[in-house]
Design a protein around this ligand. Structure first.
Ligand code: CU
Ligand code: CU
Length: 348
């Protein structure tokens, strides 16, 4: 990725108003691009904002963005920002860069807290649920990432961003992430190559999936995730990474995942256009296979992101004698026809 310098504009538009008295007051933290310009289509730019030092909870997100300009927006929690300039070029969350100053976050923690796309409305976590930041969490900054559709100059400089509604009051539940996926290789000329993962959930606290997000690159047709209990599979979510990679409502309302349950995921890839092996890796020529579960929990300790990753030889069929028939299906996914067309799949 080329380095672009944007020294033109340093107009910071930050709102920070805290309640006058008592810790139960809500306050807003607004992060906006400081009149950003975009030098090329598909530009990814990041902007950091320091959080209050004390423990606080994010309970809802109000986007200030339009899909005409912004393909997607993400908010990350970081120990340190990836750069100290007003805004900078940055890679997708899951991609790593060894070039200093180009990451989303610097050293320490990195966690997604919010994703937006497709003119989605304001998002409120369920009542009593908040993302814990500040305090002992190690999350000291928020970084907003925007994906601009087209290039534009100072004449239409951008102030897109997000307002976070926050409180210092400890919430009954906190939000966290469990991330599933695979590493390995995808062979060429395969219409529906599967990568599968499964892990026993062995944490000693119960989690409640409240959303999910899929991530993949150009070959990713559909990713699906499940909870398995007593040999019964319940779908957590199923979505195409070709759709906006934001958080979607879970398929099953009020599901719980407790110690001893199994979490399983599958990514289905179409590699018909490739003549050589495609690796799981950070660039657009590589692929990725991720299924993020956004959950709430009554657990009170600081949460860290939990992972379940497997290699490319892991197969559900080695462990289970059942798998959902639609685990690789686009049926029911909005825009399925367009995605089938993209991959030259048979309509059905
Ligand atoms: Cu985007
Ligand atoms: Cu990726």
């Amino acid at each position: 990725m080329a380095v672009h310098h944007h020294f033109l504009v340093v107009l910071l538009i930050l709102g920070f108003t805290a309640g006058q008295n008592g810790s139960d007051e809500m306050f807003d933290l607004t992060i906006r691009m400081p009149n950003a310009t975009s030098s090329r289509p598909d530009d990814l730019v990041c902007r950091a904002q320091k959080l209050p030092e004390r423990e606080a909870y994010i309970v809802s997100f109000s986007p200030h963005a339009s899909m005409r300009r912004t393909h997607h927006m993400m908010v990350y929690g970081c120990s340190e920002p990836g750069n100290t300039t007003p805004y900078w070029e940055c890679p997708f969350a899951e991609e790593v860069t060894s070039q200093p100053g180009l990451s989303i976050c610097g050293a320490g923690q990195k966690q997604i807290v919010f994703a937006w796309a497709n003119d989605a409305p304001a998002k409120t976590l369920p009542p009593g649920v908040g993302f814990r930041v500040g305090g002992t969490t190690g999350i000291r900054y928020l970084v907003v990432q925007l994906h601009y559709v087209d290039s534009f100059g100072v004449e239409s400089a951008d102030e897109s961003g997000v307002t976070l509604h926050m409180t210092f009051e400890r919430q009954p539940q906190q939000a966290g992430y469990y991330v599933m996926g695979n590493i390995g290789n995808i062979p060429p000329k395969r219409p529906a190559f599967r990568m599968e993962a499964a892990c026993t959930y062995n944490l000693n606290y119960t989690i409640f999936p409240i959303g999910y997000r899929t991530h993949g690159h150009n070959l990713a047709v559909v990713n699906s995730g499940y909870r398995i209990r007593d040999d019964r599979w319940e779908e957590i979510g199923r979505m195409s990474p070709q759709r906006p990679q934001t958080f979607y409502e879970t398929s099953t309302k009020s599901m719980e995942v407790r110690n001893g349950d199994i979490l399983a995921s599958r990514c289905t890839f179409n590699s018909m256009t490739r003549t050589q092996t495609t690796q799981i890796g950070p660039t657009n020529a590589d692929e990725m296979c991720n299924f993020y579960i956004l959950y709430s929990t009554h657990e009170e300790k600081d949460l860290k992101v939990e992972y379940c990753f497997r290699g490319d030889s892991f197969k559900w069929s080695d462990y289970f004698n059942y798998a959902p028939a639609d685990a690789s299906s686009l049926n029911g996914i909005p825009g399925a026809e367009k995605i089938r067309h993209t991959f030259n799949l048979d309509p059905r």
